[in-house]
Write a protein that binds this ligand. Structure first.
Ligand code: DAT
Ligand code: MG
Length: 148
């Protein structure tokens, strides 16, 4: 079996191809939103380059959210992201990072606009459906953390 990212064909289309790590978080998996969320990315021209279901453990969660260590919401965040299965995926297109974050909506789902993923399906600032990398540097780090 070969990974899509290793295949010889270029399915990405024109333009500068950028990658982002997207996580479909446990609340979205429980709400059976995996297909809906993947469809939204595909309809916006993202290529799904790699994908897996993952039960994020405390160690992986602490590494992924390392920048928030010491903040008052850190334990709540770790308990939530380790509360069930997630789907991690590497997606790509032109301006992937910015476009994915626009599609996700703002961190607090209650403030996210309707039509965004968090605005449509999120509950609050913790239970907010999806993660998306916030810079090229974070994307590289996060993709390595989840996919090696
Ligand atoms: P984002 O997920 O939009 O990139 P972030 O990187 O600032 O937001 O924070 C990571 C996660 O931490 C976020 O998805 C939910 C949680 N979080 C952030 N700010 C919070 C706050 N003020 N209260 C509770 N949880 C928060
Ligand atoms: Mg972030």
């Amino acid at each position: 079996m070969i990974n899509c990212r290793d295949c010889i064909h270029d399915c990405s289309g024109a333009g500068k191809n950028e990658k982002s790590l997207i996580i479909i978080k446990p609340d979205a998996v429980r709400k059976k939103l995996i297909g809906e969320i993947i469809s939204r990315f595909e309809h916006e021209g993202f290529l799904i380059e790699n994908m897996k279901m993952v039960e994020i453990n405390k160690e992986l969660a602490s590494k992924h959210y390392g920048e928030h260590k010491g903040k008052d919401f850190f334990n709540k965040l770790i308990n939530y992201i380790t509360s069930g299965c997630s789907v991690a995926m590497v997606v790509s297109r032109e301006n992937a990072i910015k476009r994915a974050r626009e599609m996700m909506g703002t961190t607090d789902s209650r403030k996210a606009k309707k039509g965004t993923i968090r605005g449509d399906f999120g509950e609050d600032v913790t239970i907010n459906v999806v993660h998306g990398s916030d810079s090229e540097e974070s994307a590289k780090k996060e993709i390595k953390l989840f996919f090696g």
